[in-house]
Design a binder for this molecule. Structure first.
Ligand code: MN
Ligand code: MN
Length: 466
């Protein structure tokens, strides 16, 4: 039995704001929905470990839902369900709505499908001391020492001399071999352990073990390298020179799995940013909308959104303009009326590293998807600082649909910082704010998220599309 509240207590409760744990406030039915939704997400994670694979998975899912490919110049009409692929590495899935584009604008959810990893160099292959290695150059901001002594899978494409392309995906099937970056044994590690963590493993030490079997021909100089080259030729029809035009990368060979006795959490490689890309994709695929809605799944965010598959490329602006042209709308007017959720992960408050967070303004695990009014570092440098009016509008959208969500910034004011694709969309004169799932151990080979936050993110996108 609860005691009757005092007048002051009642008034305090009405005025004060407190974050709530979504698991705690969710109905039994909603909890079941969270867990069911997480199953589809884990399958996506395991299917899509690189941007190419995520792009292919998104296209497959879109086609299964009756979406068809769009090319510049195609005609469009209200009700059309389309996807647009950029070089096999990024994809925009969109629905054409019934509302007037110039008045209503576009509703955009932008997230990225690349993730930190270890890329193979262009002249990678050598043997030494009973092992054959691939030299690498890491991609994105990672703690190099975390990528040693774990099973790795090799994913990617090789463009052969004749221009034909072959795909590799080794280390994911249960009976596949895996690959390995070695670390020093602690017995000889006293000097290594006394140094700075950034130098524990140097970039040039991230060499991947890919073989150890010498051929029997006495005359061959590099016997293990020969065995590997022979295998690559037999299996993929490639020679050493074909590495020159290859994009191969090592990713953790782990699968996504439930974490904890209660299975509330999910551990996986690449939550950043598939935990936003998957909800964006499923929201647009599954729900009709009166608005014209776009889920943009882009590449190269981890290295600054550069290149012609990253968010800074004109192709996304061109696509939006093409949609406007096809619908007879003025692109400049449409941009003015458009709204965007820049959907990327944020750091979840980690009690084991409390000193870098400011608890009141840190994202708390399971308290829902997290809005960051601004990102950046130091004095908000490099940030899209969203307007209060737009934040207020999104807040009302979420309230109308009962979305459990929170706000946060990455860490303490002077602790560091980060940024994502928001500013590039805002530069187009589109109201934009960051929204995404809090992650523990971001950029580690295996990151942690909450099923409640994943589902909250999905619910938030549905509310945004309403
Ligand atoms: Mn990200
Ligand atoms: Mn990232």
């Amino acid at each position: 039995m609860s005691e009757k509240k005092s007048k002051g207590q009642e008034r305090y409760d009405a005025l004060a704001y407190e974050k709530k744990n979504y698991f705690e406030t969710a109905s039994e039915e909603e909890r079941r929905a969270m867990f069911a939704y997480a199953e589809g997400y884990k399958a996506f994670l395991n299917e899509a470990k690189t941007e190419r694979e995520a792009c292919a998975a998104a296209v497959r899912m879109a086609r299964e839902r009756g979406f068809t490919e769009y090319r510049f110049g195609d005609s469009l009409a209200a009700g059309d369900k389309k996807y647009f692929v950029n070089r096999g590495k990024s994809v925009v899935v969109f629905r054409v709505g019934t509302r007037n584009l110039e008045e209503d604008g576009l509703r955009i959810i932008a997230s990225h499908i690349d993730a930190p990893r270890v890329d193979v160099k262009q002249n990678p292959l050598y043997e030494e001391a009973g092992m054959c290695f691939l030299k690498t150059h890491y991609y994105g901001g990672l703690k190099k020492y975390q990528w040693t002594a774990i099973p790795l899978a090799l994913h990617g494409v090789v463009v052969r001399k004749d221009g034909s392309k072959v795909e590799l995906r080794v280390g994911e099937a249960p009976d596949d071999p895996v690959f390995y970056i070695d670390d020093l044994l602690p017995h000889l590690g006293s000097e290594q352990m006394a140094g700075k963590a950034a130098k524990l493993i140097e970039g040039e030490q991230l060499n991947i073990v890919v073989g150890g079997m010498p051929c029997t021909d006495e005359k061959v100089k590099n016997k293990i390298k020969y065995t590997v080259l022979d295998y690559l030729d037999q299996k993929y029809g490639m020679c050493e020179e074909d590495f020159l035009s290859a994009e191969l990368c090592a990713v953790p060979a782990f699968s996504a799995r439930d974490v904890g006795f209660d299975r509330a959490l999910i551990g996986s490689y690449g939550h950043d940013d598939r935990v936003c890309a998957y909800p964006a994709l499923t929201a647009v695929l599954e729900e009709e909308s009166a608005h014209t809605v776009l889920a943009m799944l882009v590449d190269k965010e981890e290295i600054g959104s550069e290149g012609n598959t990253g968010m800074q490329c004109k192709i996304y602006e061109d696509l939006m303009e093409e949609i406007c042209l096809a619908m007879g709308a003025n692109f400049r007017k449409v941009r003015f009326a458009s709204k965007c959720l820049s959907s990327d992960v944020t750091a979840a408050y980690d009690p084991n590293f409390a000193s870098v967070y400011e608890r009141m303004n840190a994202a708390l695990l399971s308290c829902g998807t997290c809005m960051s009014k601004f990102t950046g570092s130091r004095g908000k440098s490099g940030s899209n600082d969203a307007n209060a009016e737009f934040v207020g509008e999104v807040r009302r959208m979420f309230a109308a649909e009962g979305v459990v969500w929170q706000t946060a910034e990455l860490g303490k004011v002077d602790a560091g910082g980060g940024g994502t694709v928001a500013k590039f969309l805002a530069n187009l004169n589109i109201d934009t704010v960051d929204l995404g799932v809090p992650v523990i151990s971001m950029h580690a080979p295996w990151e942690l998220i909450s099923k409640a936050d994943l589902y909250s993110n999905y619910r938030a996108f549905l509310a945004f599309m309403k």
